[in-house]
Ligand binder design. Structure first.
Ligand code: PGA
Length: 255
């Protein structure tokens, strides 16, 4: 996978089924010849099944924004990995700051989800990141290391697990982290993966950056050392912006 950058769009609670299908149809047509990018669409649950039919080419993937770790049971409102897999879902976002902070998800739950996803041969897009206060008090490195360690607790084989470094203060604020901050955070994450697993896994794992990525900053951010792609919120909702960001990566790989 590391020969390609990964660009994933996290649509959050946006777009109806019809809007999702129309978006995917248009953008995938424009991107039919992508070579250097794996493009992942993460729409709301309601659009997953309909969009799957639009994503038949291997450069495109379908991701969910959440899952429950149990197989089935009395969990009103929840969806299991098996249910998602049946729809053609291969990726699931976990640990997103909105889930941690608005819905109170704990590290333990996130760990349960990561384990369940991997045990279903699916791929977690495991998000972590510090708040502004944690950065200000110099705790970024320890926060990232702790989130990583607890989220991966008991997981022996990482498989194709994707990590997304998403500083909380940069999400949806228009204030992206700069290259120096990103490089240092990605380095911290890689060192922790090396400590928990091996050098090989630390080199192989894809670490994405997320937080106010757009078509104006994408070139500089994707060129930052250790950045293997993006997890994009706001800009992934606009066809042109999402396409332009992917095209920037494609063009850079042709240079
Ligand atoms: P943003 O969101 O690109 O709108 O900052 C990123 C995310 O929430 O994953």
């Amino acid at each position: 996978m590391k020969n390609k950058k990964i660009i994933a769009g996290n649509w959050k609670m946006h777009k109806s089924l019809d809007e999702g299908i129309a978006f995917a149809r248009k953008v995938t047509k424009l991107l039919l010849n992508v070579e250097s990018t794996k493009v992942i669409f993460c729409p709301p649950f309601t659009a997953l099944f309909g969009m799957m039919e639009e994503l038949t080419v291997s450069s495109f993937g379908l991701g969910a924004q959440n899952c429950h770790w149990e197989e089935s049971g009395a969990f009103t409102g929840e969806i299991s990995c098996t249910m998602l897999k049946e729809l053609g879902v291969r990726y699931v976002i976990t640990g997103h700051s909105e889930r941690r902070h608005i819905f109170g998800e704990t590290d333990k739950w996130i760990n349960n989800k990561n384990r369940a996803i991997l045990s279903h041969d699916m791929i977690p897009i495991f998000c972590l990141g510090e708040t502004f206060e944690q950065r200000k008090s110099g705790d970024t490195e320890s926060v990232l290391a702790d989130q990583l360690e607890s989220g991966l607790n008991g997981i022996e084989v990482l498989g194709e697990t994707i990590i997304a470094y998403e500083p909380v203060w940069a999400i949806g604020t228009g204030l992206n982290a700069d290259s120096r901050q990103i490089e240092s955070a990605h380095e911290t994450i890689r060192l922790k993966i090396k400590e928990l697993y091996s050098i090989k896994e630390s080199e192989n794992i894809s670490i994405l950056y997320g937080g106010s990525v757009n078509e104006s900053n994408a070139k500089a951010l994707i060129s930052s050392k250790g950045v293997d792609g993006f997890l994009i919120g706001g800009a992934s909702l606009k066809e042109k912006s999402f396409y332009d960001i992917i095209d920037i990566n494609e063009q850079m790989n042709k240079e």
